[in-house]
Design a protein around this ligand. Sequence first.
Ligand code: HEM
Length: 578
Amino acid sequence: MFNSDLIGTSNASILSLSVLSIFVVSRVLRYVKGLQTVNHIPGYRPPFSPLDFPGVVLPTSWWNTGLDVHFERRHDMYKEREYISIVPYINGPIQIWTNNLDIAKQIEGGGGSRGVFQKPPESMRALRLWGPNLAASNGEQWRKHRRVMGPAFNAKLYNVVWKKTQDIYRDMVSTEEWKKDEVSLEPVHSMTFKLALIILGSCGFGLPGSWSEPPRTQDDDPKAMTVQGALRIVADTVALTLFAPGWVKSLPFKTLVLLVMIFSEVAQNRSNDRIQDSQRAYRQLSSFMKEQIALRKSSVNSESGVDQSDESIARNNVLTLLVQASENEESKYQLDDDELIGNVFLLLLAGHETTANALAGTFGFLAAHPAVQQELHDHIVEVVGHERDPTFEDYNSLNKVMSAFIEAVRFFPGGHVLIREANEDTILDIPADPKTGKGKESIPLRKGAQVVVDMIGIHRNPRYFDAPEEYRPSRWYNVPNDSDLFTGFSFGASGVYNVADLNLTSLPEGPRSCIGRKFATVEAVCWLTMILRDWEVRPSLKKGETESDWAQRNPIPNFSLTLGVGDLALKFVRRSKE
Ligand code: HEM
């Protein structure tokens, strides 16, 4: 007699065992191939990659390399050599991580139009949420986007960024809250995110927006989400989409977004209402972008009624200039509607969070370093005085203000990992350390190997920065405000590159460096100048806490789509005019 239940159970066991064996063998083969791809460079052998699911959402620990591994292990990750490999044995790409500037330069220099190293297609997928764009393209496509977008970032734009930033400051301090002698902000991000979005809304897209009336997704509907609110929700989703597993990423895009939105809300134990909010945010932001393009097209085609002055925001915002370039039939490079929308989304995403976080970080560091803050205040008074407002012409003279901002970006670089993939077998050349003459090496890499430029690692590499764990803006004093030595915005393509040698000031801009760099620094220098002249920034202390306790624990990093600083409770105390 046969026992059919027993046969069924044993068949199921055999099947499970076979599946398990196939899985184990496939992982072993993958692992061995991974080691060959990175030429057996020593490093970490975790189950998952730090930049892929599920490693990315798990904290860094003895067994997991999480998204913040390069911060958590910053003191020993590159102790032996300035590059390590990360070869996961279960899931995720095979990578070399580096804190070496020469490697960074080779990777980023070749990341533009041609070159062996390109952005990996799967890392660009989530950035294509609304359409093809500059950051999510390689090769000829990238070149086209950059040719159209480049000219929009010009001196006239920076002039209007400066003026608008100043107007917003005046607008803010005229509100009841800022008429007091002490204003508490918990967290200070509430100020910097609002500022960054208003400036981007007006100078990026020509939208009206004041401190008390930030831009909404639908002008005529007071219940519509603010652009900022909708963007916040969508940006969180994009972060998750970026790190989703390969098979999820290959779903049709709308399904992917929906899935990730639901997952993110469920994972955070949020209600059904929040899931609907997420969908509403996605829909409202989407129609907002389409409307903006349509509006800009009609205003570009009928110039009547548009302010024609060179300083006007209506004329000199990024979107209008992009639409103008794309509507110009004689132009060699044009963007279609999908590409325009893709780039609007990109600018919202890339230009908003990065600047806001860097400004919040700067305020945090200055609260923790009162002597540096006083030096900055004195510098501002020396350059601008008390009787007039600073003008864009003062931008270059306000070098210490710029240094304070750039030093905050050094600590917490918004773009904390820059990922590129070799599209053929290649060799990375590391020249000898100019100081010691040691370390000349060549690293062979196989096609498919990814190189991750670890910006936290570079910015805290003692070979490039003395006492890297100290917030010390003076290391940048006298480096001109437009110098390519500011690595937080990516790298030059050629030339000698060594931050330690601060005599080198004119390096060519890297082909893939940040297009919004000056937009961000002009806004930051203007805002910091206005605030620090009139206000002293201090920590809001917990009961029994001293300022030095506070400074010991702040600011801390916060990893999401970009790297920022954790919540900072600060107060702004009005200064008397000495
Ligand atoms: C403190 C503020 C900012 C920081 C630290 C920052 C940093 C960076 C970095 C490191 C990259 C290179 C990314 C990579 O190669 O993978 C980048 C690219 C980019 N940034 Fe920024 N950024 C900032 C502000 C802005 C602003 C204000 C805008 C727009 C208004 C902007 C728009 C872009 C765009 C469009 C790219 C892609 C460029 C390309 O691929 O050619 N960024 N940024």
